[in-house]
Design a protein around this ligand. Structure first.
Ligand code: LFR
Length: 472
């Protein structure tokens, strides 16, 4: 049967990777090629930015290594976290992109809501309120008039590689400027907000070829690889690779964030959905990712980062989680989505302050602290699953956890226990798998009429999930 090999670039908030994906006989296998760190960096303006220049260098080096290992590689797809963008003028990037955790967004929220109230925005763009949604960032952006395009991170990478300027639809849906009903730029809204529509490139669906690598990129990588638009929002690619085992399954894509929800054919923008802060993000093939952002492993990774700085030594995470699992008694809980925990640095102190203010005991050991974090995330997951079921009139009967969180056994078991539902954990690399599968389909390797269900069958055949039963 048909098959081949493609490359996937997957950029997360704490690390990026380049992988090779082998598709053959309806099976799929990933091979890691390069992994590099990522995170917020202070800029000369005092703001929080991404070091995109370094990320891009890693991407080129990773792709060069992929081509060296596998000269037959047919194409590359790029996905990343959502909402953030780079401004370009001609071929030049105008400064390092802002990080969505930069606090300028608060000003943007006030400005946007002063011209278009949130309830109206929700009816039009279907997005849950997150202070960093791109439209709020644009409202504070000083350099818009210097630019001739605003490109979301994966589109920016694709542009630097190929010279093609597009906005891939799944990620564009997170800007807040796409009409949730039509899937097109909401030109009226863009005008009401005083934003230049000319900065926004044409929307394309995943599966679209953006052309071959050009110029310096082609030289550095050593091949004229074709770039194919995938579900360029990492969460959209992850949802492609959830091996949904029931029509009433919920999913949690768990990394830095825990994206908790269900897949729908049509958006739900009811008052109840708005009040529960559920989003209608664009999925691959026009599906709707009806979900809620829960602050996920960010709480743990930021705590670990603080402790490592205190110790001047690396912490073994599996060991810490084993110790956390062994802690006796009820762990005190806090609201994982507390906005006071959104910014980087001093996470243990800030969680302790939140617990104290609520009159809860503050865990005295790191193990007990980790336990409290994981149980609080699991409780927020269980609540969001229940809400997703209520808002869509579904009797949720199983939860799939994909992404790095699927490796966290304490979190998976706690989610099963707190929701009363079985948890199926895996695949861990769902995002890269979804990226690869959309490319494989574009090459015709999965048959001429492959649907998302066909793609999920490939995942189900290739990766066996780990099952966690709820304990009474
Ligand atoms: C996950 C994710 C979420 C998005 C957040 C910020 O990596 O893409 O879906 O809300 O990051 O971009």
């Amino acid at each position: 049967s048909k098959g081949g090999v493609v490359a996937a670039v997957d950029l997360g908030a704490t690390s990026g990777r380049v992988m090779l994906g082998y598709v053959d006989g309806g099976m799929l296998r990933l091979e890691p090629v390069a992994r590099f760190p990522n995170g917020p960096v202070p800029g000369p303006d005092g703001g929080l930015h991404w070091d995109f220049t370094t990320l891009y260098r890693h991407i080129l080096a990773g792709l060069a290594e992929a081509v060296k290992r596998e000269p037959q590689v047919a194409s590359v797809g790029i996905d990343s976290w959502a909402v953030d963008y780079g401004l370009v003028s001609g071929a030049e990037l105008l400064g390092e992109p802002f990080h969505y955790r930069d606090d300028r967004t608060a000003r943007g929220v006030d400005r946007v809501h002063a011209s278009v109230p949130f309830a109206e925005l929700y009816r039009r763009n279907g997005l849950q309120f997150l202070p960093f949604n791109t439209l709020y960032q644009y409202a504070t952006e000083r350099r818009l008039t210097d630019a001739d395009a605003a490109l979301l991170i994966p589109d920016l990478v694709a542009f630097l590689l190929t010279g093609t300027r597009v906005a891939e639809r799944t990620n564009a849906s997170t800007t807040g400027l796409v009409d949730v009903a039509s899937g097109e730029w909401d030109l009226e809204l863009i005008e009401e907000l005083g934003l230049p529509a000319s900065l926004l490139p044409p929307l394309v669906d995943s599966g679209t070829s953006l052309g071959p690598l050009k110029g310096e990129a082609r030289e550095r990588v050593g091949a004229a690889l074709d770039v194919i638009a995938v579900g360029s929002h990492d969460t959209a690619s992850a949802v492609v690779a959830v091996p949904l085992s029931s029509p009433n399954a919920a999913y949690i894509s768990c990394g830095t964030w825990g994206l908790v929800g269900v897949e729908l054919d049509a958006p739900v923008v009811s008052d109840a959905a708005r009040e529960a802060n559920f989003t209608n993000e664009g999925g691959v093939d026009g599906r709707v990712r009806f979900l809620h952002n829960v602050t996920g492993l960010w709480l743990l990774s930021e705590s670990v980062r603080t402790w490592e700085a205190e110790d001047g030594a690396v912490i073994d995470l599996p060991e810490l989680l084993d110790a956390a699992a062994a802690v006796d008694g009820d762990a005190p809980l806090f609201d994982a989505n507390d906005p006071r925990l959104a910014a980087p640095d001093d996470m243990p102190a800030r969680i302790a302050a939140v617990l104290e203010l609520a009159g809860s005991p503050v865990p005295s050991s790191r193990a007990a602290f980790a336990r409290t974090i994981v149980e609080s995330i699991a409780q927020a997951f269980a609540n969001a699953v229940a809400t997703a079921g209520r808002l869509t009139d579904r009797e949720i009967d199983v939860i799939h956890i994909v992404g790095g969180g699927a490796l966290n056994r304490l979190l998976c078991q706690a989610t099963a226990d707190r929701s009363g539902l079985p948890v199926l954990a895996g695949p861990v690399e769902a995002t890269a798998l979804g990226n690869v599968l959309v490319q494989a389909r574009a090459h015709g390797w999965l048959g001429s009429d492959a649907t998302l269900e066909t793609l999920r069958d490939v995942v189900a055949r290739s990766v066996a999930p780990v099952r966690y039963e709820p304990r009474g």
